[in-house]
Ligand binder design. Sequence first.
Ligand SMILES: [Mg+2]
Length: 230
Amino acid sequence: VAAPADILLLDIEGTTTPIEFVYGTLFPYARERMSAFVRTSMNDEELRELEAERRAEADESAPAWRVPPDEYLLWLMSKDRKSRALKRIQGRIWEAGYLDGSLKGTVFDDVAPALRAWRAAGGRVYIYSSGSVLAQQLLFRYSTSGDLTSLIDGYFDTEVGGKRESGSYRTIAQRIGAPSSSILFVSDIPEECAAANGAGMRAVLSVRPGNAPCVSELPVIRNFAELAQA
Ligand SMILES: [Mg+2]
């Protein structure tokens, strides 16, 4: 597909993990437990962060100005708002679920062996996902293929910038401390691959069951075993 790379940068949803796991399992799990979490487990710092965000909320049509914190959090979820307070609280709800065994991070079966082979050949592996770093680490620590965190060198979330912006990929290359040309990015979204290309990375498009169909000129993989030739 492409020339050899020594560093893999992986998207999660639609790449290592079925999109359905996120929308069909993780989000409903957090929604169902939100009110109980707010009642029993939310700490003062989390509440302060949430209320500071609410005061800064520009959308005055929001039916969220005077509702209790749990209703406000559910409203943020329903609007898919990029809220740091929400992400942090979702992360803590998921953490409890992973710890008590009611959640397992679904990872496609070909991922773990491919990452082991990549690292055995001297390569490094990083994750870049819009989910928080905590949520990423939990998914791979408590995965359907066991604890995969020893195979992963580092995690990036949208703290470095959006996934469709080339600047984010430049920042990631700087933080990894490697030239962009030595990094191979894998994602199911052509615009993300284009942004990585724009930063000088190579990119392949992940085609997995459940992904939205798309038309692209990019090299494609359907299984991580194909990364060895990518
Ligand atoms: Mg994706």
